[in-house]
Design a protein around this ligand. Structure first.
Ligand code: NAD
Length: 296
């Protein structure tokens, strides 16, 4: 079992750190929030006084931070200098591909090991240890990271070299946003044409319009009782977080010279929903904007 530093004990990091403790690792935990550190200690972690303090003497470091600027700041400004040669870094935050490549490149230059390993699955999956990890890094670094990620997830898949995990994550979420908006539009039109939502679901879920957005996360109340649509669109996966990922996808598309017109349109629609007060609603709540019933 390893000594692991865990930095960023928010909604996601808290459950992930607890699962590393359950797997028998010695977890040294740090967050800017003292309450978050106290909660990690209650779950069996050791409190660290700072990010460098957590990293000093650790074999591996997991970071779960909000965005690229936080990751750059913590790695470049604080923890590289505290880490022993050969330390394995696992950044599980969702950040821009350029920041992931920059930080990962620096890590390797300095003689460390590094993978970007963003996750699919929300807070419930982080707590249950059932996240899916999309991993970018060399084959050797992936092999070293896999047992640590296994303790926090149900699937750990290598996407390619450093930055590829982030690339896979934002491409997946761009596709998810597009299929969700399309599914919402179809249900809204079906209703205006006089079709019953359950009846349209029964037909389309067995026809060629079927997608994960329809059959696992149906955006209208009724067909799948466990979806946010049946719980006032309480997240789940909040619109503000989907919007963040769509912005990352558009930045990456621009940087790579890719044409993503539907991704751009999805970003514009989610930005509109966010501006109209939908940011803290589940991303499937955009159904209410599209059927004209959103009145927050
Ligand atoms: P969060 O805001 O709840 O947690 C982030 C934590 O990082 C906070 O506790 C904050 O205090 C801490 N932090 C910020 N700067 C720090 C620093 N310099 N040093 C130490 N701690 C610092 O966010 P979250 O929901 O846990 O998400 C974390 C990451 O996971 C994000 O990149 C997000 O996009 C991604 N993600 C979230 C979800 C989700 O459903 N919440 C799902 C998949 C991926």
């Amino acid at each position: 079992m390893a000594r692991i530093a865990f930095i960023g004990l928010g909604n996601m990091g808290s459950g992930m750190a607890a699962n590393l403790v359950k797997a028998g690792h010695e977890v040294h935990a740090f967050d800017l929030s003292a309450d978050a550190v106290a909660q990690a200690v209650a779950q069996g972690a050791v409190a660290a006084a700072s990010a460098p303090d957590a990293v000093t003497g650790s074999d591996a470091v997991v970071t779960m931070l909000p965005a690229g600027k936080h990751v750059r700041g913590v790695y470049e400004g604080q923890i590289f200098d505290a880490a022993a040669p050969g330390t394995l870094f696992l950044d599980c935050s969702t950040i821009d591909v350029d920041s992931a490549r920059h930080v990962g490149g620096l890590a390797v230059e300095k003689g460390f090991r590094f993978v970007d390993a963003p996750v699919s699955g929300g807070v419930a999956a982080a707590q249950a240890g059932t996240l899916t990890f999309m991993v970018g890094g060399s084959e050797a670094d992936f092999a070293a990271a896999e047992p640590i990620l296994d303790a926090m997830g149900k699937a750990v898949i290598r996407a390619g070299d450093v930055g590829s995990g982030q690339a896979a994550k934002i491409c997946n979420n761009m596709l998810l946003a597009i299929t969700m908006i399309g599914t919402c539009e179809a249900f809204a039109l079906a209703e205006k044409l006089g079709l019953d939502a359950q009846n349209f679901y029964d037909i389309s879920s067995k026809a060629s319009g079927q997608s994960w957005s329809m059959t696992s996360y149906c955006p209208v109340p009724g067909p799948i009782p466990t979806t946010p649509a049946n719980n006032g669109y309480k997240p789940g996966f909040a619109t503000a977080m989907m919007l963040k990922d769509l912005k990352l996808a558009q930045d990456a598309a621009q940087s790579a010279g890719a044409t993503t017109p539907l991704g751009a349109q999805a970003e514009a629609l989610y930005a509109m929903f966010d501006n109209l007060g939908g940011g803290s609603s589940d991303f499937s709540g955009i159904y209410k904007l599209l059927d004209g019933s959103w009145d927050k």
